[in-house]
Design a protein around this ligand. Structure first.
Ligand code: PGA
Length: 255
């Protein structure tokens, strides 16, 4: 696991774009998170698309998760968010699990099959919840779980209320790639910024692997890049080692 600490969210976003750019140029399958954390990354990818000829031809996108029951044109459905923040601007086709399906379990199975049919996800962008969730895999999620419906914790609904008229408007149910699904992506790219994420980041990276902190499952994956800003890294015991490692990153070593 490579942990890189940057000064602020914009630097995290620029570094994340550096990590993703070769995959984009190679026409990869990219797993896409939504939320505040990847915002600066998507800003920089749109800029590189416009100014530096970064083309997404041959790429495909797969969403990490989706709310259940939001109208297809609801501005907070993750399908709409990713169109607005990235896909429309760069011409990227993005699929997500169908949160409007009559049979949600079958929709999740179809989604897993679609990811498999695309050859699996090459790089998966991830955020982390203040409760340690990864995707919408809330605490108690099986570390082997596949894409399925989940119930949000009150903490996650409170965290996401800022995107809705009120907390009560935040859907209770979601569809999310499972932790086992996420672990199958070839490269995981976790972004976390801001002081509210510091306890969850420390638990995920330095605590035990446990369903109580679903993001701790990252410790089981052989290729993980974690990009943090200083406030999100504030509770890491090994922050100095990560700074030392970054300062001595060999020129031959990619991401
Ligand atoms: P955020 O959410 O990027 O909006 O902070 C991350 C998450 O809840 O997984």
């Amino acid at each position: 696991m490579e942990v890189v600490i940057r000064a602020d969210p914009d630097e995290v976003g620029r570094t994340a774009a550096d990590v993703l750019e070769p995959a984009v140029r190679a026409g990869s399958v990219i797993g896409l998170a939504t939320g505040a954390s990847p915002g600066p990354l998507y800003d920089d990818l749109r800029r590189r698309h416009g100014e530096e000829d970064l083309g997404f031809a041959g790429c495909r996108g797969f969403l990490l998760d989706e709310y259940v029951g939001l109208a297809a044109d609801h501005p907070q459905s993750y399908a709409a968010v990713i169109r607005r923040e990235l896909a429309d601007a760069v011409g990227l086709a993005v699929e997500g699990p169908d949160g409007r399906a009559r049979d949600l379990v079958a929709a999740c199975e179809r989604y897993e099959a679609a990811i498999d049919a695309a050859g699996g996800i090459d790089v998966q962008v991830l955020g982390i919840g203040t409760d340690g969730h990864l995707g919408f895999n809330e605490p108690s999620s099986s570390l082997a779980s596949r894409t399925r419906p989940k119930t949000l914790t009150p903490q996650t609904r409170a965290d996401n209320a800022r995107y809705f008229a009120s907390r009560d408007d935040v859907p209770v149910h979601v569809l999310t790639q499972g932790l086992g699904t996420i672990l199958q992506a070839r490269h995981l790219l976790l972004l976390a910024t801001g002081p509210k994420k510091a306890p969850a980041v420390a638990a995920a990276l330095e605590g035990p692997v446990t369903t109580s902190c679903p993001a701790s499952v990252l410790q089981l994956h052989p290729h993980v890049t974690v990009l943090l800003d200083e406030p999100a890294a504030a509770e890491l015991q090994r922050a100095e080692y990560h700074r030392f490692t970054a300062a001595h990153k060999p020129s031959w070593q990619g991401w």
